[in-house]
Design a protein around this ligand. Structure first.
Ligand code: PEP
Ligand code: CO
Length: 451
């Protein structure tokens, strides 16, 4: 396919999937113009630093922990919720650093993860057909036709929610929240009864020992003890919003999306002949590409050629989300095709999105064992090929929600109604996330590839 010259709006000449329909186009343009005039959220130097770290993860020298809500909600833009999200991501990253014996790159699905691809455009509520909920930056979750109308003002609101979230995250990091000497608690009670408890306890003791050891050297501060790097990311779904935050670097002439350090293309918007791929090929950020079981090797290699013609390291993270039942029959040939092509990528495993189950009460759930099962397969598939699995991608939260089944507290189908909060996909709760981190630490230890 013949692509013309890229501009930050060249995507407008292509077909687009998963876009809301706005009734008032003028109002939409006015809002996007406003956003275009507002300051960026992140700085080019930070984006470039992340690209180098993603490249290192691709070589097995770092490990990426990418996680957060499926869909952020405006109502959760508050101190408690953000603190809890940071706490779980940080604690997991410390466990992984210990297991992997290499620095962990922390990337939140946060400060902008407000727009969702959906499998249907509408749904039936009380016998009436209404638009589907597409994320807080588009419409309201309330099951009412008027509330579901796509409202451009929500884009501006999501910009300010992102700014406010990121501002608090930066303040926490600058102010010492991420310093492990700070007395925020490791809440491990739920795991005391599991058969694995002794191993988990040993890991935590090992971590505390390591910190004390380093402290005894006075000035020496490891990356996980002192101030940390933390990056934000979201799915680049609403291209009008994304191009309003795309800015040219006067020094290099390159374009960056400065609304986020990293953005990803979803499984449903990665078609080669559509606008999302067109937009993404021109920005210099590190980008994620979600790939599911339907992608062919040829399609994948062509996608990599379009998105990364210069074969730059750290530019592309392939986030595989095959599902436990399909990973064995799909992932190996894709990894082999990438190896054969000589294309540089960093591999990550998303063991959430291919493992959805429909539970009672019309709820979506995922089971801890399926998630863990897919991850184990992923580690084995990469280790057999001597290719590093550079990271993992989770939907998780620091709250005590009941959205995924299983784990140490053995959440069952019947428990899901107790505290199901997600407006979109089910997330691991605090305990399930910590337990997952302990298990990944073990896998990393076992499958470690010497860089
Ligand atoms: C997501 O990450 O929430 C998502 C929609 O993923 P995918 O594009 O892999 O379905
Ligand atoms: Co999701």
């Amino acid at each position: 396919m013949n692509r013309g010259i890229w501009t930050k709006t060249s995507w407008k000449g292509y077909r687009l999937s998963q876009q809301p329909v706005y009734e008032d186009k003028e109002q939409l343009d006015t809002v996007l113009k406003k956003i275009e005039g507002l300051p960026p959220l992140v700085f080019i130097g930070e984006v470039e630093k992340l690209r180098l770290q993603v490249a290192e993860a691709g070589r097995g020298r770092r490990f990426i922990l990418h996680g957060g809500d499926c869909a952020e909600r405006f109502m959760d833009c508050n101190e408690e919720s953000i603190t809890n999200k940071m706490k779980i991501l940080l604690q997991m990253s410390v466990i992984l650093t210990y297991g992997a014996r290499r620095p962990v790159v922390r990337i939140g699905r946060i400060a902008g993860q407000f727009a969702k691809p959906r499998s249907r455009d509408t749904e039936i509520v009380d016998g009436r057909q209404i638009d589907i909920y597409r994320g807080d930056s588009i419409n309201d979750y309330g099951p009412d036709a008027e509330k579901r109308r796509a409202d451009p003002e929500r884009l501006l609101q999501s910009y300010f929610m992102s700014v406010s979230t990121l501002n608090f995250i930066r303040a926490m990091i600058e102010g010492g929240f991420t310093d492990l000497h700070h007395p925020y608690t490791w809440n491990l009670h739920s795991m005391e009864k599991t058969g694995e408890w002794k191993k988990y306890r040993a890991t935590v003791d090992g971590i505390l020992d390591a910190i004390n050891f380093m402290e005894s050297f006075g000035g020496i501060r490891s990356e996980s003890v002192g101030k940390i790097d933390f990056y934000i990311s979201h799915e680049g779904l609403l291209l009008g919003y994304e191009d309003a935050l795309t800015r040219k670097d006067p020094a290099s002439g390159r374009y960056y999306n400065l609304g986020s350090h990293m953005l990803w293309i979803g499984e449903r918007t990665r078609a080669l002949d559509e606008g999302h791929v067109e937009y993404f090929r021109g920005i210099s950020n590190p980008i994620g590409v979600k790939i599911g079981p339907s992608i062919s090797s040829d399609e994948l290699i062509e996608l990599l050629a379009v998105l990364n013609p210069g074969n730059e390291e750290g530019r592309i993270t392939l986030i595989a989300r095959m599902g436990l039942s399909k990973i064995e029959s799909t992932l190996p040939s894709l990894v082999d095709a990438v190896i054969k092509s000589g294309r540089s990528v960093t591999w990550s495993s998303d063991p959430m999105h291919g493992n959805m189950i429909h539970a009672s009460g019309n709820r979506k759930t995922r089971d801890f064992n399926d998630i863990m099962g897919e991850l184990k397969c992923a580690f084995r598939i990469f280790s057999e090929r001597h290719v590093p699995l550079g990271g993992v991608h989770f939907e998780l939260t620091g709250e005590d929600v009941t959205e995924c089944t299983g784990g140490a507290t053995a959440l069952s189908d019947e428990d899901l109604g107790k505290n199901y909060q997600s407006y979109c996909d089910p997330r691991l709760n605090y305990n399930q996330s910590l337990e997952m981190a302990f298990l990944i630490a073990e896998l990393l230890n076992k499958n470690s590839i010497k860089p």
